[in-house]
Ligand binder design. Sequence first.
Ligand SMILES: Cc1cc2nc3c(=O)[nH]c(=O)nc-3n(C[C@H](O)[C@H](O)[C@H](O)COP(=O)(O)OP(=O)(O)OC[C@H]3O[C@@H](n4cnc5c(N)ncnc54)[C@H](O)[C@@H]3O)c2cc1C
Length: 371
Amino acid sequence: MEAAKIAIIGAGVVGLAVAAELSKTNENVYIFEKNGRFGQETSGHNSGVIHSGIHYPNGSLKARLCVKGNAMLYDLCEKHKIPYKKLGKLTVALSTEELEELEKLMQWGTKNGVPDMKFVGSDEINQMEPNVNVEKALLTPSTGILEPDELMHHFYEQTRKNNAVLATETEVTNLITVDGGFELSGTSVGEKFSVTAATIVNCAGLGSDRIAGMLGLDIDALGYRLHPCKGDYFRVAGKPPVKMLVYPVPKGAGLGIHLTPDMAGSVRLGPNAYYVDRVDYEVKSSEKEFRDDVERFVPSIRDHEITPDSAGVRPKLQGPKDGFKDFVIRHEADKGFFGLINLIGIESPGLTAAPAIAEFVNDIYDGEIKR
Ligand SMILES: Cc1cc2nc3c(=O)[nH]c(=O)nc-3n(C[C@H](O)[C@H](O)[C@H](O)COP(=O)(O)OP(=O)(O)OC[C@H]3O[C@@H](n4cnc5c(N)ncnc54)[C@H](O)[C@@H]3O)c2cc1C
């Protein structure tokens, strides 16, 4: 392999989107992925929701890149015939406290530029979703769904068209700085490999703190240490109880157990949120936890069979006792690593934000690194 101009570590939706964008105007772009195929980690284990942007404080990267990514994704899906459904979402309030929380989401959404939001009362809710039994909800029509693998396939095809190379079964286990950039080494299809690169974009998801640590960055002092936070899903059997996305107000580390239709029309419950020490995708939560939670706003859920479905693991910067933490997306030149762009803590809304993150990284590259 010739020396890479840009080495992207990780082929999830973010690494692929970044590769598709950077390879438009740059040669010798390589993507290194430890698994045998792209999208086998977080990007292949999520809800597939195109979020509107109501959940993040104004001015945060999460807010900006989610709202921008939402609009970009719908354009992209239209232009490239990627299937999607703009179903709209109801966020429901079940107590006076939750009504205040709903007001806060409305304020954040307004400041963040989320289009067409409005509060709806029980009559309107009943017309839209007869099985949802609440007095008040926040309607966000710009929320939708897509199949994440279709989106990743699109970005992958773009990278191929632009002559970027995806090296699968290639795990980066060591990084050092060398003259003019970095040397990456590890194993590729069972053999040792090493390659130099002028620029590294760390899109390693749950492994992104480890990648940053390989270069000697103090991930604890910098607040880069990840706290993996798992979410399980259950699938609802029989006639789908809802057509739209229906969420409670967020609580704890997740968005609350919600109902999300998938592209096939079937509905999943989840994800819940619990911190874990190691990453696995086995559903370990109880059916009762899910049923009890959802029964509060969709009572008919008690008539449905629900079965364990799948799980995902969030690469969270926010530990169990922390408040909101934003995405880290930055060029680490000020720490002595010219040419290193770290992306750490890219949890939800990372799927929605992916095309906007890619443009953001491209702007950093063009403005600060490209010579
Ligand atoms: C339960 C759950 C539900 C979610 N729902 C939504 C949603 O509905 N909407 C939304 O917008 N977002 C959602 N998200 C967030 C979204 O899934 C993520 O933000 C997004 O997938 C992150 O993509 P990524 O490419 O950064 O990470 P990943 O998909 O994890 O990709 C990182 C890649 O790096 C590779 N890698 C790691 N270390 C190395 C190494 N040393 N060498 C080589 N390769 C390496 C991994 O194998 C992996 O393929 C959800 C997340 C979870 C967990």
